[in-house]
Ligand binder design. Structure first.
Ligand code: GUN
Length: 291
């Protein structure tokens, strides 16, 4: 069994990007600038956004964090987005999800200039992705593709089961892996909360991408020998033995599934760091497109 070390691979990618930044600086050009909007103070979202900002600093990007209060109105957020759309210094930006309930997520995502949409969530970019046209790929699916590619895991003709139909992970990764592309050419089945005979489907999977947000849902008895496991889930599970009172768990029951798997991502240290690396890669792409 091999651990798919997202931390290591993401560090390799960040080093590659840092080299680009050095070249940009030596030419006297402007370094990439990523902005992130965080509305409210959800603990997990704060952790993710801070990690994104810190990653920017480490590789030499400029970053701006815009923190808005929980009670921010939709109009206020849309105004802020307009400001970032028209600010030439900013190459790309993200609005961290989820948003408070008074704000319509769809409206917000549609307000982002598709050329600065480094999350790849704007309908124009989702459409381009689905048509396999050049665009910003959403960071988590992009990270999964990159991880499979760098570990040279064969996907062509394989049975891939994607668990979860979210717009951020499940839906796009199912589209990407069915395409004729790197880490693609797979036979993809997407399962969700209304799927029947789940066990028949997961037991036949060569590769499983678990992205349902239910901790330790996928157990060893649900998979076949030598399965490749990509665990996208990351949930805080109460744990009295930990100093902060919780531990992080994926959607996969690591102990039982890892006994059968040929490759498996850990949580944390698997998909999470890859997401950040690919966001940086998209920001570099946005900057290159503007120049
Ligand atoms: N919330 C969970 N994942 C993501 C992501 O990739 N981007 C943004 N903006 N919000 C998220």
């Amino acid at each position: 069994m091999t651990i798919l070390d997202g931390k290591k691979v993401s560090n390799d990618i960040k080093e590659e990007i840092a080299e680009h930044v050095k070249a940009i600086i030596s030419k006297g050009e402007k370094v990439p600038h990523l902005a992130a909007i965080l509305v409210g103070s959800d603990g997990a979202s704060m952790t993710y956004v801070n990690a994104k900002v810190k990653a920017c600093e480490r590789i030499g990007f400029k970053s701006t964090l815009i923190e808005l209060p929980e009670y921010t109105s939709e109009e206020e957020l849309l105004n802020k987005i307009h400001e970032l759309n028209t600010n030439d210094d900013i190459d790309g930006f993200i609005v961290q999800l989820p948003l408070p309930k008074q704000i319509d997520e769809q409206k917000v995502l549609m307000a982002v200039d598709p050329n600065k949409d480094v999350d790849g969530f704007h309908p124009t970019n989702v459409g381009k992705m689905a048509l396999d046209l050049p665009t910003f790929l959403p960071a988590t699916p992009y990270g999964i593709i990159e991880l499979l590619e760098r570990y040279q895991i064969e996907t062509s003709g394989k049975n891939v089961v994607v668990m979860g139909r979210s717009h951020i992970v499940g839906r796009p990764i199912s589209i990407l892996m069915s395409q004729k592309r790197k880490a693609g050419d797979a036979t993809v089945t997407l399962v969700h909360s209304r799927s029947k005979n789940l066990l028949d489907i997961t037991k036949n999977a060569d590769i499983i991408v678990a992205a349902i947000g239910i901790s330790e849902f996928l157990t060893g008895d649900m998979v076949k020998e030598d399965v490749v496991i990509i665990d996208v889930g990351i949930t805080r599970v109460p744990d009295a033995t930990k100093k902060n009172g919780y531990r992080l768990a994926g959607d996969v029951h690591f102990e039982s599934v890892s006994k059968k798997a040929s490759f498996i991502t850990p949580v944390p240290g698997g998909v999470g760091p890859m997401t950040i690396a690919m966001l940086l890669k998209n920001t570099l792409l946005a900057r290159d497109r503007h120049n």
